[in-house]
Design a binder for this molecule. Sequence first.
Ligand code: SAH
Ligand code: MG
Length: 217
Amino acid sequence: MSDLLETAHPRPEVLAAFEGATGFMPVDEGLALYAAAVTAARRTGLPVLEIGTYCGRSAILLAAAARETGTVALTVDHHRGSEEQQPGWEYHDPTLVDPEVGRMDTLPRFRRTLHAAGLEEHVVALVGRSPRIAALWGGRLALVFIDGGHTDEHATADYEGWAPHLAPDGLLVVHDVFPDPADGGQAPYRVYLRALAEGFEEVSVTGSLRVLRRAAG
Ligand code: SAH
Ligand code: MG
C-alpha cells in the first residue's frame, strides 16, 4: 500500500541538517516521515503536527515538507524531557540541562537547530503539555506524528487528543512501535493497534515508524 505515499525526497542540505541534529530518528524512518508529510500536506493543504519536538531532529523534516507544500509544521513539547531522558535514566543528555533551573530544557537547542537549517519560518513551536494544547486546538490537520511520552498515559492521551483533529484522508504516524517487547516499550505499539481497530489503515512500515491513513468518510 506504499503507493499511497508520494516518493518525495528531502533536499540534500535538509538531510544533512537532519543527520547532524540531536535526536532519536534514523535516516530511513526520517525519509518515510518526510514522504508522509509531503503526501498529506499536498492532499489536504493543511498543516502537519508533531508531538515530541525534543531538539528538532524530526521537526527539520516536517518543516522542510511544509516549505515544499506551502503549509506549516506545528510541533508540541513542554521541553522538559520524557521520563527516560531525566538525570540517571538511559537517554539523559547532561548538555540539555538548564543550570539555572536545574531541569531539562531542549527549547534552545531546537531553536538553534531550526535556525541553522534555514527552516525557522516553516515551523511553529507549541510549548506545553500535549493534552492541554490538544484540548484547545480547533483546526484540522493533514498529519499527526506521535513521538512524545512513551508511557501508556502519555501515548494514549496524544492519540485521543490529536487523532480527532485529522482531516478525512489525513495520515497518522506513530514512532517507536515495537511488536516484540524485547525491542522496546509497548505503549506506542498499543496506540498503533488501537488506531487499526478504530478504522485506520496501514500505509507503510519503516523500522519502528508506522504510517496509517484515516479512511475517508
Ligand atoms: N521527535 C524527536 C524525539 C522526541 S523525544 C526526534 O526526532 O528526535 C520525546 C519528547 O516528547 C521529549 O522532548 C519530551 O519532552 C516530550 N514529551 C513527553 N511527554 C510530553 C507531553 N505530555 N507533552 C509534551 N511533550 C512531551
Ligand atoms: Mg521516537
